[in-house]
Design a protein around this ligand. Structure first.
Ligand SMILES: Nc1ncnc2c1ncn2[C@@H]1O[C@H](COP(=O)(O)OP(=O)(O)OP(=O)(O)O)[C@@H](O)[C@H]1O
Ligand SMILES: [Mg+2]
Length: 311
């Protein structure tokens, strides 16, 4: 049965959609079966993945179209239940139903068994559909920029989740986004977050212009620029989330031979340091999208190497 995860924060523009796209795509690259659900009428998930769906969540929620017929395959292993502006019209219709907070859970119920992860993207305000997302999720992941007001809004989010889901509701992970290590306040607020929320705070995603360029091309960060800081940080986050949710990477079917000449296989450089050049700790490794990433859990040193040319 899928782990249903809502990616939520009551603040807008803090990296929810970017996280859903790149965590979802990263999990799919590790062999997970992933469904992304867009509950935001901005419809950013379809744009970010460069797909043009015919049916959306509106059809499933309001017109009773079976949800399977509203889902499209965006990438291998990565499906999408998209949204668009019609969803604005769905909210008042849903809000009038007696079971209004469970309509999303009911709509998704027939398909959740087909996935390892269902990631729900939500709008930056407490709309009826956002309440639905929180009700239907097993876990909530909250991205937050490392800024004073964003950190404050986390407390509000936690209070709302407690109100909606009762005592059991809590934020499973907090993802610091748009982190700029050169800005002193960023470092101080990250330390404060870790102090307050402990190991619920994941490794941060650094500010990286490639992450903001990729959606305009309809590409994930691994497709747009797999060597970028954004790709490395999201790959590490995918590793963190896989471990936390007990998902072990599935062996991938071998890539079809490229046409016309086979792509050269490049083994990982044997010169790769096995210990961190900064602090001497043993390096840890993960691989994603054809890259092997070596990182130090102690001082955040990161290095990535191409393992296999991608088509
Ligand atoms: N780490 C990052 N570095 C630089 N830009 C980023 C980063 N993460 C996200 N962005 C950019 O910041 C903007 C807001 O990000 P995103 O759309 O993911 O936020 P959101 O929380 O989903 O916003 P909304 O509440 O409007 O749905 C986008 O232009 C995105 O490309
Ligand atoms: Mg968004």
């Amino acid at each position: 049965m899928a782990r249903v995860v809502a990616v939520a924060n009551l603040k807008g523009g803090i990296g929810k959609t970017t996280t859903v796209v790149n965590v979802g795509a990263g999990l799919a690259l590790k062999g997970a079966r992933v469904l992304l659900v867009d509950t935001d009428a901005q419809g950013n998930l379809a744009m970010a993945l460069g797909v043009h769906p015919r049916r959306t969540l509106y059809d499933a929620l309001v017109d009773g179209v079976p949800v399977e017929r509203c889902i499209i395959e965006a990438r291998p292993g990565l499906d999408l239940l998209p949204a668009d502006a019609t969803l604005l019209g769905a909210q008042p219709i849903i809000a009038r139903r007696p079971d209004w907070s469970r309509v999303l859970a009911q709509a998704l119920q027939p398909v959740t068994g087909s996935y390892d992860f269902v990631l729900i993207d939500s709008a930056g305000s407490l709309t009826p559909l956002n309440v639905n997302a929180l009700v239907c999720a097993h876990d909530v992941i909250a991205p937050t920029t490392v800024e004073h007001f964003s950190v404050k809004s986390l407390e509000l989010l936690m209070a709302q989740i407690g109100r909606i889901k009762g005592g059991a509701g809590h934020v499973r992970m907090i993802i610091p986004t748009m982190y700029d290590p050169r800005v002193r306040q960023s470092g101080e607020l990250l330390a404060m977050l870790r102090d307050r929320y402990g190991d619920r705070v994941t490794p941060p995603v650094r500010v990286n212009v490639r992450l903001s360029e990729a959606p305009a091309q309809g590409k994930t960060i691994y497709e747009y620029d797999p060597r970028s800081r954004g790709a490395i940080d999201y790959a590490l986050l995918v590793e963190h989330i896989s471990r936390a949710f007990g998902f072990a990477a599935r062996p991938q079917p071998p890539a079809p031979p490229p046409d016309p000449a086979p792509a050269p296989y490049r083994p990982v450089s044997t010169a790769a340091p096995e210990t961190c050049p900064h602090c001497g700790k043993a390096l840890q490794h993960t691989s994603l999208a054809g890259y092997r990433i070596s990182y130090c859990a102690q001082c955040r040193y990161k290095k990535q190497e191409l393992v296999r040319d991608r088509q």
